[in-house]
Design a protein around this ligand. Structure first.
Ligand code: ADP
Length: 430
């Protein structure tokens, strides 16, 4: 894996407790940047680098190479911005890890459960990065923590529009992040919790319930605890959703990144035994534009079907008869309270399954394949709370022949016939 001949090479000698930050230009045509550790030790978001191995970072990557002891590295290619910073919150983050590890040790001793941690803050403060760091540090000392991903806009685990949980068994790969094997995924259907806050809270409760059940039968999972990544929406219902999550998961620690008001509000509203900690954000965290977020989401869906870097997947395209599937949207449009049928509340409408009649407008929509057993009325109730077993994208709809064409990771037939529609669309440009 030698770098392409003629690539610009820049050497950086880093003092201890400093980091090299760089960005790779966005866009398909952008040149990748390679990183190589020459001497000393360094890590990228909590994962250690191997010496004399070249790590490749693709378009849009924003990376920090941090060293506790000092090191020297080479960068090959032309990063958009590359500079060394001495001012990082890494020591505070490491202390946070040390405190969580103390709690795990105590849990082990006293036969209790380990720390359940919720990471909160507005958009672009490095929430996902702090989660990754804490999880990688935990797994490096032999723990088996669980990542709970509640960011429906920028999920690190599955496609956008989902919430999920993943058992972490090894540190994140420097280039690719955590290995995603057998995550537990639920359908939300949109990129912001605000489109259906009732459903969002319901799914948070589902994840909490499943996690608690797992902790009861798996001691390592219980001691490892969990790290919960949340959305950047911290006002109004977004704030209420955080309070709900804290209670559903019975969190012990809340890490608030760079938001004093949120910190004070949570201290006021959460039970006194919950430790609420305010942490600074890293100056390296880069703000991402709406466009950039959209691209990241698109990329995440593309990866689901086509694979990532070295690993290529070959998705299938086949026809599905309307009559063979049942498509639902979760949540009916809200109607004024005065118009609701007697005995029905808005809650009921937000969790209601609304049958979707397939038409042209279904084209490009992402559909979740529910794991709920196919059946009639009786099972419909369980669909909202059932995990999904995969996703398909509608690529064409023929209303004449009553058939739609779908892109699917697996060959036909579909494993289940209950499909849930997302607001999210994906245009396959391959
Ligand atoms: P949030 O989850 O709060 O939206 P992220 O953790 O996703 O924020 O961080 C936003 C971006 O900043 C990511 O692309 C991440 O790789 C980058 N980033 C985080 N910390 C640093 C750092 N110290 N130096 C450079 N880039 C960073």
């Amino acid at each position: 894996d030698a770098p392409a001949a003629g690539k610009l090479c820049t050497r950086y000698d880093l003092e201890k407790e400093t980091e090299l930050r760089f960005e790779v230009e966005a866009g398909e045509a952008a040149e990748q940047v390679e990183l190589e550790l020459l001497t000393g030790m360094a890590e990228v978001f909590g994962s250690e680098l191997n010496r004399n191995k070249k790590y490749t970072f693709g378009p849009g990557s924003k990376i920090a190479v941090f060293t506790w002891q000092g090191c020297s590295v080479n960068l090959f290619g032309k990063p958009e911005a590359a500079y060394v910073s001495k001012d990082t919150p890494m020591l505070l983050y490491l202390n946070t890890h040390a405190a969580l590890e103390q709690m795990r040790k105590q849990a082990e001793r006293d036969n209790e459960r380990g720390p359940r941690v919720m990471v909160v803050g507005p958009a672009d403060v490095g929430k996902s990065t702090v989660c990754r760091l804490l999880l990688s540090y935990a797994v490096r000392v032999g723990r088996r923590p669980t990542l709970v991903e509640l960011d429906v806009g920028q999920s690190g685990v599955s496609v956008p529009g989902t919430v999920s949980a993943l058992c972490i068994e090894r540190p994140a790969d420097v280039e690719e992040g955590f290995s995603v094997q057998a995550p537990l995924v639920y359908h939300f259907g949109s990129t912001t919790p605000g489109t259906n806050i009732k459903l969002y809270n319901k799914l948070t409760s589902c994840l909490a319930e499943v996690f608690s059940q797992r902790c009861e039968v798996n001691r390592k999972a219980s001691v490892g605890g969990c790290i919960i990544n949340t959305c950047g929406w911290v006002k109004g219902s977004g704030y209420q959703a955080l309070v709900h999550c804290a209670s559903a998961f019975q969190v012990d620690v809340v890490l608030v990144l760079d938001h004093e008001r949120l910190y004070n509000e949570l201290k006021r509203d959460l039970p006194h035994f919950v430790r609420v900690v305010l942490l600074p954000k890293s100056g390296g965290v880069v703000e991402r534009s709406k466009e950039c977020r959209r691209e990241t989401r698109d990329e995440k869906i593309r990866e689901y079907f086509y694979g990532f870097r070295g690993v290529s997947f070959y998705p299938f395209s086949f026809e599905v008869r309307f009559s063979d599937v049942r498509i639902y949207k979760i949540g009916a449009p809200s109607i004024p309270d005065s118009c609701l049928p007697l005995g029905m509340s808005q809650d009921d409408t937000q969790l209601k399954l609304v049958p979707v009649t397939p038409g042209r407008d279904l084209t490009y929509h992402v559909l979740s394949v529910s794991s709920a057993e196919d059946g009639e009325e009786g099972v419909r109730k369980g669909i909202v709370e059932s995990p999904v077993c995969g996703f398909i994208v509608v690529t064409n709809v023929d209303t004449q022949t009553q058939v739609m064409k779908v892109l699917s990771p697996a060959p036909r037939p579909l494993p289940r016939h209950t499909l849930l529609i997302m607001d999210i669309r994906f245009m396959d440009m391959k």
